[in-house]
Design a protein around this ligand. Sequence first.
Ligand SMILES: NC(=O)c1ccc[n+]([C@@H]2O[C@H](COP(=O)([O-])OP(=O)(O)OC[C@H]3O[C@@H](n4cnc5c(N)ncnc54)[C@H](OP(=O)(O)O)[C@@H]3O)[C@@H](O)[C@H]2O)c1
Length: 246
Amino acid sequence: MDTALDAAIAKGKTARTALITGASRGIGREVARALASEGWHVLSGVRDANSAPPGTQAEVVDMGDPESMEALAKRLRTRNQRLDALVNNAGVYQGPAGQIWAVNVLGPLLLTRALEPLLARNARVVMVTSGLGELSAQPASLVKRLSNPELSLAELERLAKEAPGGYGASKAALNAMARVLARELRPRGILVNAISPGWVRTDMGGQSAPRSVEQGAASVLWGVRLPPDGPTGGVFEDGKPMERIE
Ligand SMILES: NC(=O)c1ccc[n+]([C@@H]2O[C@H](COP(=O)([O-])OP(=O)(O)OC[C@H]3O[C@@H](n4cnc5c(N)ncnc54)[C@H](OP(=O)(O)O)[C@@H]3O)[C@@H](O)[C@H]2O)c1
């Protein structure tokens, strides 16, 4: 892409930019805070502009609303905003299946597709997944569709609209999406992985979860900091593979 810009970033003269969705609280907020404290320019994808962590720039987006995601992508495209990392972290655990799949699957799919032209060469994309998305724990009909080697984003989009299952099934679809996108973006050196934070003490995880927000965020940040020869298309927690998908 822009070699002079790459060189400036390598010398630390220009900040890298990351967009983190669901940055208002929990794991996403900690990922945004940690990257900002390291000098990244952080765009916090939030529903309420006042909820972005300090030191980051609020970007209002509702991950359950395709028009809102398109509006964000349009704003960033108008600014010609280069993105070095995209962390699709926003997620919901409860509610009607259609809503879970809209936020957990269709949201990351539409947003990543809309922002693809802005992703820098060698950018990192992280899909924040869950151990509950393990393929072997899903119904056979879903396993068959997700493990089809011909699986496409169009098929995942259809699946998201069908919403076949709850939270775990939605995360299994997200893992498959990371695999499909990794294949598509590999020629540009972009690494796409699904990363689980483990069971974390957040509003979603509850106070009896064993892991701190910092520990959960560290697992996710591993995917942002991968070296150029790092893995792509996989499912990881704390840097260790959770599932062989290729
Ligand atoms: N906590 C765990 O134990 C655990 C385990 C495995 C995986 N995960 C995954 O980790 C990610 C973060 O979870 P968390 O524990 O930090 O959850 P959390 O504390 O409940 O926070 C969820 C975040 O997602 C945002 N969000 C929800 N719906 C949204 C929508 N329609 N549009 C935009 N943002 C939306 C929330 O924003 P608002 O403040 O606007 O609601 C909030 O920032 C999720 O993908 C979750 O599935 C969590």
